[in-house]
Write a protein that binds this ligand. Structure first.
Ligand code: NDP
Ligand code: MG
Length: 397
């Protein structure tokens, strides 16, 4: 039986997840059609992707770069329609001819198109974890009301998803907790006294994955795992105390479900994002992903240890913000994005990322804020960014 052609919109096509998505798609000619591709700054990469994939639409943030791309594509004889602006991202994500949306934009900027895809009832492949951290309740409501199929792409969440039965009726009562695994990042064994001198390039050199720079810094601070705890709370409807984290440097076990009877279900594989991407694209089927197979005969050891909350002070903020008023995770995300951008720009030190986030969480008063609309969440997000930027200014040398 041949699968029906799936028209795919890749939001954030020029990033690490976006490119891995196109790699998986390239292995299945006739099964997927690349309908729309979007980018932000890497215009040359988007141009090359348009020449190769001939999508119906491409999207860039501003009209000037979009016009430039239009001219270049025309010269090449490529008839892709180039759109610009934030609304165009939402229009593509909810386009009536699109079946599947890969949400691979980094940061809160991905929330609005994710909501559009959810409300339009798409198959939504979610890599953009920040969207759930910023607006989990609103997002999940949009998924349920729009009738969307939400497929986790973050490897840990894909692992949990793969461990659960296809029929989800009553499953939360069958599990005790989930265990999200973490590599511990590149500084698991680094002398804490030298954390202040970590450079952006050192922080971005992840031991097992080549990823975008923002998530690489998040992995080094373990804020990535904090964001993933919050992501899991929404994806799997769990209580904060039902989500635990364990360090597993080899990144072979991608996460685990501990059932009521203490049976443990795990998903294993080589660390390669193409596996969760292929599963998201083909669920409930399985298709070739391009990842290599695990060779158990040569695996020397799978080790596990508890996370060190002193080395990674940001990790505890996941549970703290989940137990705080709604909007706290929005502040957490905005402050983290601001602090990471400042670190990558050389304005603050690695060990100061946490203090910016902690100060912003202390400073923002959420009592008068709503969190039940995109506008309300964006208001909190902007306020937290302004506040965090002030703290960054205070720290800058
Ligand atoms: P990258 O930085 O590699 O790519 C991000 C993509 O988003 C790029 O296409 C970029 O465009 C685009 N983009 C950036 N800012 C904006 C904006 N303001 N508006 C619209 N588009 C924007 O990130 P990754 O691919 O590594 O990560 C993407 C998401 O997936 C993140 O949320 C991350 O946490 C998550 N994720 C990533 C994993 C990985 O292995 N990389 C693993 C699990 C989750 P351009 O390149 O043109 O600037
Ligand atoms: Mg992950």
């Amino acid at each position: 039986m041949t699968a029906a052609l799936q028209r795919v919109c890749v939001l954030g096509a020029t990033g690490s997840v976006g490119m891995n998505t196109l790699d998986v798609i390239s292995r299945h000619p006739g099964r997927f059609e690349v309908f729309a591709l979007t980018a932000h700054s890497r215009v040359d990469e988007l141009f090359a992707q348009c020449v190769k994939w001939r999508p119906r639409f491409a999207v860039l943030p501003d009209e000037a770069t979009a016009a430039e791309l239009r001219t270049r594509l025309k010269k090449e004889g490529v008839r892709t329609e180039v759109l610009s602006g934030a609304q165009a991202l939402c229009d593509m994500a909810s386009h009536p001819e699109v079946d599947s949306v890969m949400a691979a934009i980094v940061g809160a900027a991905g929330l609005a198109p994710c909501l559009a895809a959810a409300r339009a009832g798409k198959r939504l492949l979610l890599a953009n974890k920040e969207a759930l951290v910023v607006g989990g309740a609103l997002f999940m409501r949009a998924v349920h009301e729009g009738g969307a199929s939400l497929l986790p792409i973050d490897s840990e969440h894909s692992a949990i998803f793969q461990c659960l039965p296809e029929d989800r009726t009553g499953w939360p009562s069958r599990i005790d907790h989930i265990l999200l695994t973490s590599s511990g990042g590149p500084f698991r064994r680094r002398d804490p006294a030298t954390m202040a001198s970590i450079t952006p390039d050192e922080a971005c050199a992840h031991p097992n994955f080549a990823m975008g720079r923002k998530i690489s810094v998040d992995s080094a601070t373990m804020m990535n795992k904090a964001l993933e705890v919050i992501e899991a709370r929404w994806l799997f409807e769990l209580l904060p105390e039902q989500i635990k984290v364990v360090i597993h440097p080899q990144q072979i076990v991608h996460s685990m479900v501990v059932c009521r009877d203490n049976s443990v279900l795990a998903q294993l594989g080589t660390p390669d994002m193409r596996v969760p991407i292929a599963y998201g694209l083909s669920f409930p089927e399985r298709i070739e992903s391009g990842a290599s197979q695990l060779d158990f005969a040569t695996l020397s050891a799978l080790t596990f240890e508890a996370p060190d909350f002193q080395r990674y002070p940001g990790l505890a903020l996941a549970w703290e913000t989940l137990r705080s008023p709604e909007g706290s995770t929005t502040v957490l995300n905005a402050a983290n994005e601001t602090a990471v951008a400042a670190f990558l720009a050389g304005t603050i030190r690695f060990d100061q990322i946490h203090s910016v986030i902690a100060q912003a969480l202390d400073a923002i008063d959420l009592r008068a804020s709503g969190s039940d609309s995109l506008d309300a969440l964006l208001e909190i997000d902007h306020r937290a960014r302004r506040q965090a930027a002030q703290f960054v200014k205070g720290l800058a040398p």
